[in-house]
Design a protein around this ligand. Structure first.
Ligand SMILES: CC(C)(COP(=O)(O)OP(=O)(O)OC[C@H]1O[C@@H](n2cnc3c(N)ncnc32)[C@H](O)[C@@H]1OP(=O)(O)O)[C@@H](O)C(=O)NCCC(=O)NCCS
Length: 289
């Protein structure tokens, strides 16, 4: 056949609850934009969040967007994806507008890729910080914290209280969901929990996060404790530390910088990370902040 072109008719998309579709559709959608999520990662996110997908007339999923409530007045937004075939036709904006209606008056946090940045600016989000996605096959590191302890399920209330002090909102429901699939380490001073870190299966291997500590030094102690025994395994950690001891340890441990995203908020600024008070040194996930 000689070379020729034709224009296919466009089609309509309808929105539906993200909980209602087969996880394989979601997995295909995230693979299509080269995200590492496994079906089990989507299932975990669907168990703690809400959102919807856009489907065509025969049930194919072309778009997704989710939000994750933390207490009554805060939420994060994530898993905003439009299939490359239908990008730049207004789908992302339509999905985001639906999510914003569901979130109501909550203050909002999200982590923007370059492709999504201008969309979020136009919806009232303001940049707060760069997130450094560090990952790779772990090399042996010297554990730097003799005092690091393992935290069991019955220690979760103290973890949630510490997390709220650092994050600025109640993430106890999320932490209760992460705990059964996570290794959890903690640091105590005067009997009081002052730092915690989690590691769980994610994407190509595992992710270390959240990490909350009162100083970068203590964050390093927690992270090296969770890197212990991971030699040769693929590990990821997302931090807002632009440099310093944590980034140096990650680099030495085989987790160099891979990519960056921008944390943006609407309604309130992101809590600062300052030595002496609880701060977030690693994200739970891009979608969960
Ligand atoms: C970001 C993404 C969801 C946008 O979806 P979309 O359906 O193309 O979005 P829309 O067509 O509604 O476009 C929204 C705005 O972003 C702009 N935009 C879309 N793609 C862009 C790109 N690659 N770079 C810069 N701007 C872009 C559009 O011009 C549009 O602006 P306008 O409304 O002022 O004209 C989509 O590109 C995507 O899935 N990317 C890969 C995954 C990703 O990065 N997700 C975001 C996670 S934070």
């Amino acid at each position: 056949m000689s070379q020729s072109t034709m224009r296919l008719q466009s089609f309509d998309l309808a929105s539906q609850d993200v909980a209602s579709v087969d996880v394989e559709w979601l997995h295909g959608l995230s693979l299509g934009v080269e995200w590492p999520h496994r079906p089990s990662d989507w299932d975990l996110l669907r168990s703690v969040g809400h959102g919807f997908v856009a489907l065509d007339e025969i049930g194919r999923v072309f778009s997704s967007a989710m939000w994750f409530p933390y207490g009554a007045d805060c939420a994060t937004i994530g898993m905003v994806i439009t299939s490359p075939r239908v990008q730049t036709h207004g789908g992302g904006r339509w999905m985001m507008e639906g999510i914003l209606r569901q979130c109501g008056e909550r203050r909002l946090i999200l982590n923007a890729t370059r492709a999504a940045y201008s969309l979020y600016v136009s919806l009232g989000f303001e940049p707060q910080a760069t997130v450094y996605q560090c990952q790779g096959y772990a090399r042996p590191v010297v554990a730097q914290g003799d005092a690091v302890e393992t935290i069991a399920a019955d220690g979760l209330a103290a973890v949630a209280a510490l997390d709220a002090a650092a994050f600025g909102a109640d993430r106890s429901a999320l932490l209760a969901r992460l705990a059964p699939v996570s290794e959890i380490r903690g640091l105590r001073r005067g009997g009081r929990l002052v730092g915690y870190a989690m590691r769980r299966p994610f994407g190509r291997g595992s992710v270390i996060g959240p990490v909350v500590a009162a100083s970068e030094e203590e964050a390093v102690q927690l992270v090296t404790a969770l890197l212990d025994g991971q030699d040769g395994q693929f590990v990821r950690l997302d931090t807002r530390q632009a440099g310093g001891a944590l980034r140096a340890v990650l680099h030495a441990a085989g987790l160099p910088l891979h990519d960056t995203v921008t944390t943006m908020t609407r309604g309130a600024p992101l809590p600062k990370v300052e030595p002496g008070s609880p701060g977030v040194y690693a994200l739970a996930a891009h979608a969960l902040s």
